[in-house]
Design a protein around this ligand. Structure first.
Ligand code: 5GP
Ligand code: ZN
Length: 114
């Protein structure tokens, strides 16, 4: 359920501090420590999964709850336009191996990404 060596599990349990934006019994949202936009929130399952693909394999509904939380927070934070990003695997830029969705907003974004 949780991995005692995982940074984001420690944020869920409160062992490591973070600016929590919203939390329910399944999902936690907190500010990224190195924001890449005026709004940069990480939305994660409370349970430990290494990637979002693993979440989908085990609990597909939870993927929807994470996306639903992103849209709700974007509206709460006053942005109509936002980017959500899921990095899966090191080559895609994943550095923390507890599934997370990046919610970025408050500026314009380029496409394609680097
Ligand atoms: P990834 O590169 O795995 O897609 O994203 C990991 C994100 O976690 C990065 O944007 C990074 O800034 C953020 N991060 C890493 N360590 C911490 C931390 O201790 N606290 C918070 N709030 N964010 C972190
Ligand atoms: Zn974890």
């Amino acid at each position: 359920m949780s991995d005692q060596n995982c940074l984001f599990c420690k944020i869920v349990s409160g062992q490591i501090p973070a600016t929590i934006i919203e939390k329910n019994d399944r999902v936690t949202a907190f500010n990224d420590i190195t924001p890449q936009a005026p709004i940069h929130v990480l939305i994660i399952p409370n349970q430990h999964f290494t990637t979002m693909a693993q979440v989908a394999e085990n609990d597909l509904k939870l993927v929807g709850e994470i996306i639903e939380m992103a849209d709700k927070l974007a509206k709460q934070l006053g942005v109509q336009s936002y980017r959500t990003n899921i990095n899966t695997g090191a080559d895609a830029g994943q550095s923390v191996f507890h599934a997370h969705l990046h919610l970025l907003g408050g500026r314009a974004f380029a496409w394609p990404p680097g």
